[in-house]
Design a binder for this molecule. Structure first.
Ligand SMILES: N[C@@H](CCC(=O)N[C@@H](CS)C(=O)NCC(=O)O)C(=O)O
Length: 205
């Protein structure tokens, strides 16, 4: 049995959608970040980094979206959400790495500036750069990572669940996703999948 530790509307949406998409048997455990539940000792036992998502598996806990997503994909082969060739697998991994290490971090500068600097002035300066940084990220994804209609082309793979987050980050930063037609079409296609809609309902979004 798998248990996903998540916060509503957080990046845990990605593995949550994928669990639903592959028909996994799983439970969820809500960790309300707004109430500081991610920093409570009980949760730090699960993820000492105090972040969501985390996935409890029969072998132990996995953290970090790219790792969680590939674990779900690899343990549900019947769902066929892993790319077929090593090269395509590397391309999918590259997109997930970019979303995790660059785009998500760019977005985090909007509300989490205290991770990088102490002064209120510095936080404001960071916030002011979020939209342009996310535009740069969207350009990279649109032109170099997203084949269309799905990230890897004609078939939905594990990285599509993660890519779903990007337009959400953009919208919160005031970046118009319609300036990126492939990304906008991808988001729309995701919104037509029952798995996405079921998970959005749980997250109340
Ligand atoms: N690199 C991590 C990032 C996880 C992350 O930053 N999650 C946010 C929610 S989207 C979080 O838990 N924030 C809590 C905090 O910063 O206190 C991953 O991709 O799993």
């Amino acid at each position: 049995m798998l248990t996903l530790y998540y916060a509503k509307g957080s990046s845990a949406l990605a593995p949550h959608i994928l669990l639903e998409e592959v028909g996994a048997e799983y439970a969820v455990h809500e960790v309300p970040i707004a109430k500081g539940a991610n920093t409570e000792p009980a949760y730090l036992e699960i993820n000492p980094k105090a972040r969501v998502p985390a996935l409890m598996t029969p072998n132990g806990v996995i953290t970090e979206n790219p790792a969680i997503l590939t674990y779900i994909a690899a343990t549900h082969q019947q769902a066929h959400v892993l790319p077929d060739t090593p090269f395509e697998r590397a391309e999918a991994d590259a997109l997930c790495a970019y979303l995790c290490a660059t785009a998500h971090v760019a977005f985090a500068h909007m509300q989490r500036g205290a991770r990088w600097a102490d002064s209120a002035e510095a936080h404001e300066a960071m916030k002011a750069k979020v939209a342009s940084n996310l535009r740069d990220c969207a350009d990279v994804v649109e032109h170099h990572h997203l084949k269309g209609p799905w990230a890897m082309g004609d078939r939905y793979t594990f990285c599509d669940a993660y890519l779903f987050l990007m337009p959400r980050w953009m919208e919160k930063a005031g970046v118009d996703v319609s300036d990126y037609p492939k990304l906008a079409a991808h988001h729309d296609a995701m919104l037509h999948r029952p798995a996405t809609l079921a998970v959005m309902a749980v997250h109340g979004i």
